[in-house]
Ligand binder design. Structure first.
Ligand code: ATR
Length: 281
């Protein structure tokens, strides 16, 4: 039996690219271990954690729909997970089972890699959405000192998040977007719009500040309609694939005690897989 077993758990989970990511790193660094894909429906969550120690899990990733419901099963959650109200990474520390959230680190690591130094001048961000991805983006951007405007179809959800994050994070209705874009240094799509199988964003980028960066957390397709429109208008763009890669670095380091690198080869491996499995991506 493999001695170091890690996992990604969710429901559904078939689409997850985390096994490919962590499998690549295990091979690249010649480490003994596994990273397994677990389909755990909500009604099986209790049983999964009851058997956690026996099964020999060293930790893993948590995704939809379990990011909040795993919390009562853990001994502690760290500050990032507390602030985001969700856990995406589980690991053992001194005999205690801990939960953290590396999505904000992934969000920032991606833009730091693709647009180095971006935060030296960026002051104001606009985030579209008010779900899980918005929490990670807003938390990350707030930690870098940006003012963050949340714009969502359902404004009450944006307001709830703004209240949660406090100073520097405000909530707005979509009707306010054009005005917000004029002073925006970074526009982020944190909704599922633009993903394969979903409608595209119907957003007019004409008012967007000339040198603004446009970041889409969606990575299937790699270049969403929003990013294409932004690129054609001359904006620097950031796709969502690197967010997955960079959030994974933190978990891998905690489980396998080796800090892995996000390389061009790894990025290409995932791009090829996305293209092979999703016509039109
Ligand atoms: P995630 O956790 O992946 O961020 P989520 O919590 O389901 O996913 O959030 C999805 C986000 O996409 C929400 O902000 C949602 O807007 P509402 O809060 O109004 O539901 C947004 N969204 C999804 N479909 C949309 C659509 N057709 N038009 C506008 N916004 C949409």
């Amino acid at each position: 039996m493999v001695s170091k077993r890690a996992f990604v758990m969710g429901h559904p989970i078939a689409h997850s690219r985390s096994p490919m990511l962590h499998g690549y790193w295990l091979t690249r660094y010649g480490l003994e271990g596994s990273y397994e894909r677990l389909d755990i429906p909500p009604q099986e969550l209790d049983a999964f954690f009851a058997d956690f120690r026996n099964a020999g899990w060293i930790g893993g990733n948590v995704t939809v729909p379990h990011k909040t419901s795993v919390i009562p099963h853990l001994d502690r959650i760290d500050d990032d997970a507390t602030k985001m109200g969700a856990v995406n990474t589980i690991w053992w520390q001194d005999g205690a089972l801990l939960g953290g959230n590396t999505d904000a680190i992934g969000f920032l690591g991606n833009i730091d890699e693709l647009v180095p130094g971006w935060d030296k001048t960026a002051r104001r961000a606009v985030i579209l959405g008010a779900g899980g991805a918005t929490r990670a983006a807003a938390y990350g951007l707030q930690s870098r000192g940006l003012d963050v405007a949340l714009c969502n179809r359902t404004p009450s959800k944006a307001q709830k998040l703004a209240d949660h994050f406090g100073a520097g994070v405000s909530a707005h209705a979509m009707e306010e977007l054009a005005g917000l874009l004029e002073n925006c240094d970074l526009l982020v799509n944190a909704t599922s719009l633009g993903m394969i199988g979903q409608p595209a964003h119907d957003i007019d980028l004409a008012p967007l500040k000339k040198d603004a960066i446009v970041y889409d957390v969606v990575y299937v397709p790699l270049e969403t309609d929003l990013l294409k429109k932004a690129r054609e208008k001359g904006h620097r763009t950031v796709d969502g694939l690197g967010m997955l890669l960079h959030q994974g670095v933190e978990g891998f380091s905690r489980w396998f005690r080796t800090r892995p690198e996000v390389t061009a080869e790894l990025r290409q491996l995932l791009i090829d897989d996305i293209r092979a499995k999703t016509p039109g991506a």
